[in-house]
Design a protein around this ligand. Structure first.
Ligand SMILES: [Zn+2]
Length: 259
């Protein structure tokens, strides 16, 4: 009971800090609090810590990006704050897979690994001197941060992110097998994210500044669609890829292959 109270107050204080630092808007905070507490109850303390690490890294990166953009004068109004859609797209499968007891834990880790690998791959990829290449057409270079672009160093960053996320699990005597299946699911999920980003995700061109963007509004004006579908935004892509990442981890775990 004492641990439950501890976790509850930890979740609550993090929710308040998250809202106060404008990393999430109010609905994002409410949903993240419910998800966080549920993951603790259904998946245990270590999985809860892994989710928390993702939340903290993701929050720091979002905030850092916003400050950098603002200093260059290109920040948009909504850049600073992520809403419930962001929380749901990254957290839905992490929570839902836990209903498949007990193997669901492996799938849940795979979904979370996808989300964290995607975040880390994007950020570490920025360090690459070479421009990212489009995953569906490696001969084509794209701008840093463009959806569908991949770099070798980005993949390494993604694996690093998964290892960081798994740190709390080492206290629960996690098996080498689960570490491997989590990395496998995360890498496949992250790759699916890039493929969807390069194909069906809506990409638009701003007719004011002529840059490519994922936003429907840029420079205060409506953008023109360049490829993909309007209904498929980054959240939908994250939702699909975290679901697939989890399934791949589960499949690798259940498959009769001994590592
Ligand atoms: Zn523009």
């Amino acid at each position: 009971m004492i641990i439950e109270f501890g976790v509850f107050f930890t979740v609550l204080s993090i929710a308040i800090i998250t809202y106060w630092s404008r990393i999430l808007d109010i609905w994002g905070v409410i949903l993240a609090t419910i998800l966080g507490f549920y993951v603790y109850l259904a998946g245990g303390f270590h999985l809860f810590l892994s989710l928390l690490l993702f939340h903290i890294f993701g929050g720091i990166i979002t905030r850092y990006k916003y400050l950098k953009k603002r200093s260059r004068g290109i920040a948009e109004d909504k850049d600073w704050s992520r809403g419930w859609k962001n929380v749901l797209s990254n957290g839905f499968w992490v929570a839902a897979y836990l209903l498949l007891h007990p193997e669901g834990f492996v799938a849940s880790l795979g979904g979370l690994a996808t989300a964290i690998a995607d975040t880390f791959a994007t950020e570490v990829g920025l360090l690459s001197r070479k421009k990212p290449r489009l995953i569906t057409n490696p001969l084509r270079e794209v701008e840093h941060g463009a959806s569908g672009g991949v770099t070798a160093i980005g993949y390494l960053g993604g694996i690093l992110g998964i290892f960081l996320m798994l740190l709390p699990e080492t206290f629960s005597n996690i098996s080498v097998e689960i570490v491997m299946t989590t990395i496998g699911g995360g890498i496949v999920g992250c790759t699916v994210d890039s493929i969807l980003g390069a194909t069906i995700q809506g990409l638009y061109r701003c007719e004011v500044c002529n840059s490519l963007t994922e936003r429907k509004i840029h420079c205060g004006a409506r953008t023109k669609k360049e490829r993909g579908f309007r209904v498929i935004d980054n959240n939908i892509v994250n939702f699909i890829s975290t679901g697939i990442g989890g399934m791949v981890s589960l499949f690798l775990f259940m498959a009769p292959l001994s590592i």
